[in-house]
Ligand binder design. Structure first.
Ligand code: NAD
Ligand code: TDX
Length: 343
């Protein structure tokens, strides 16, 4: 395999860091450069092992900072740029959309300008199934395909849908060699504790209440994070400029069932479950049709949910230092405001 340099933005976050490790392992001759501004969601400790690899470089910078981005592109001459950097939590976007619009729309614009200026051969925008809005619970026959209209519900998903439109506009107008992937909900190691699965694992371990929104029947389509990394790897190496790929493994589950499963695995009582006020505009069901990526690129998910969730719970049991440091910091204030009604 030719030597390539890949800039991975947002590589100190959940999926980006998993992607960094996936690529360093799979392509020992690639140079992987992580650009991340280390927001509350970015963690340098997550990249500790990567730092020991001479093919890896970490650069602290903001994707909205055109000068910093341009300088990095001049230094590194990347072949490929994969953009994971984003504000990613729906609840935070409902509290305050501003930073979501700035980071998730203007950030990709800055990166794409740099890709054009430096003739980068691929820009990959990591998007989400949330750009399609939601599906009703009583129509299990319906799935999101790449042709489904964009119909975002939250400020977060609207910002991601906007970035998708801008990416496709750059492809058509300026010939940017771009691709987009729209993946379903990921789970696995290094998932930030504000998200459903890690939040429930950590609260259960601490014998704290497990806050389930609304009736708990909202459905998400869960994919083990490594399977998402594999899909992106396949896309960026395929001859498929201008294409959008949905990524998902047909693993739909109601939130309440996930929460009960976690409690069972940890031997904790269901009395810890607390139904709380619903999320505003809460999407009912997400479900991805992955036919296109399967047929065109041969992608298949490898990890079944029943194995992936056990592996994930074990990871959180084995990596208490990682999450204890997070929940004892600024995150504590977010938690109090979000779940305990404190200003
Ligand atoms: P995350 O919140 O865990 O990580 C985001 C990372 O981006 C952090 O390291 C943060 O420091 C960095 N970042 C934020 N703003 C930045 C900026 N302005 N400049 C540079 N770095 C910045 O997010 P995640 O869950 O890993 O999601 C990664 C990407 O995948 C996002 O684009 C998200 O929309 C998409 N996605 C996530 C999921 C999911 O289930 N988590 C599913 C589909 C798609
Ligand atoms: O405390 C909670 N209680 C609860 O019932 C939290 C945090 C969530 N939920 C529900 C809301 C959702 O129906 O669980 C479901 C999953 O919630 P999140 O983990 O916040 O994920 P979601 O809103 O589905 O969005 C995620 O998947 C798509 C990621 O955060 C996005 O970045 C990605 O694009």
């Amino acid at each position: 395999m030719d030597k390539k340099t890949i800039i991975v933005t947002g590589g100190a976050g959940f999926i980006g860091s998993n992607f960094v490790y996936y690529m360093l392992k799979k392509y020992p001759n690639y140079r992987i450069v992580c650009l991340d501004s280390l927001t509350y969601a970015g963690n340098l400790s997550t990249l500790k092992k990567a730092m020991e690899n001479e093919n890896f470089r970490f650069v602290k910078a903001d994707i909205r900072d055109a000068e910093a981005v341009d300088n990095l592109f001049t230094e590194e001459k990347p072949d490929i740029v994969v953009n994971f950097a984003a504000e990613s939590h729906v609840d935070r976007s409902i509290e305050d959309p501003q930073i979501f619009l700035e980071t998730n729309i203007m950030g990709p614009k800055v990166l794409m300008d740099a890709c054009l200026n430096h003739k980068v051969s691929r820009y990959h925008q990591v998007s989400t199934d949330e750009v399609y809005g939601d599906l009703p619970l009583d129509r299990p026959d319906l799935f999101f395909t790449e042709k489904t209209n964009l119909h975002a519900s939250s400020p977060y998903s609207a910002s991601k849908a906007s970035a998708d439109l801008v990416t496709m506009a750059y492809h058509r107008t300026y010939g940017l060699p771009a691709t987009i992937s729209r993946c379903s909900n990921n789970y696995g190691p290094y998932h930030f504790p504000e998200k459903l699965i890690p939040l429930m694992i950590i609260n259960a371990l601490n014998d704290k209440k497990l806050p389930v929104y609304g009736d708990g029947l909202n459905v998400r389509d869960w994919l083990y994070v490594e399977d998402h990394c594999k899909a992106i790897d396949m896309i960026i190496h395929a001859d498929c400029v201008g294409e959008v790929y949905n990524v998902g493994g047909h693993n739909e589950m109601a939130n309440i069932d996930i929460v009960k499963l976690i409690l069972k695995e940890l031997g904790k009582p269901e009395s810890l479950i607390e139904f709380v006020e619903d999320r505003k505009g809460h999407d009912r069901r997400y479900a991805i049709d992955p036919t296109k990526i399967r047929e065109q690129l041969g992608w298949e998910p490898e990890t079944k949910f029943e194995n992936g969730i056990v592996k994930t719970i074990k990871w959180y049991l084995d990596h208490k230092d990682w999450w204890e440091e997070i929940i004892s910091g600024d995150y504590k204030n977010y938690y109090k405001k979000m779940y305990e009604g404190e200003a």
